[in-house]
Write a protein that binds this ligand. Sequence first.
Ligand code: FES
Length: 161
Amino acid sequence: MTSNGYDSSVASEIIASFDAKPELLIQILHQFLERFTYISKDAIRQLASELNLSRAEVHGVVSFYHDFRTEPPGKHIVKICEAEACQAMGSRQLSEHAQSTLGVDMHQTKDDVTLEPVYCLGNCACSPAVMIDGHTYGRVDAKRFDELIGRLGSGKLGGKK
Ligand code: FES
């Protein structure tokens, strides 16, 4: 992640790097997410204009894919895998535990921590898997989750449960 300040010139450069092809909208959105951390209303407006799509079309894609958050995330992003292999190893219970521990629902932010579901981190052999600030951890149970969260450096989060 670089910045969450939207810059329409940078956005135009990203769009141009994909030759402003509307069929590459998803790839462009991923680049926007990497650069701006979320897809703002300004971003949707500019994408629609420069890709010759309607705002509804862009918004439809953004809202369909869970990856494309539309609100600024916290300083820390915690993702819990809810795909099949992880579910079989208890990720649903882990998600409930995470929501309770962090005091947020999925897709919400509190105390600078954003909690999100993700659908396979490529770590299925070590389910359930969690990603925190871009680092993947395997075989995460409630106890390990709390330890990992405790390491984020927020005194409010460490040592709960
Ligand atoms: S299903 Fe969770 S890492 Fe693949």
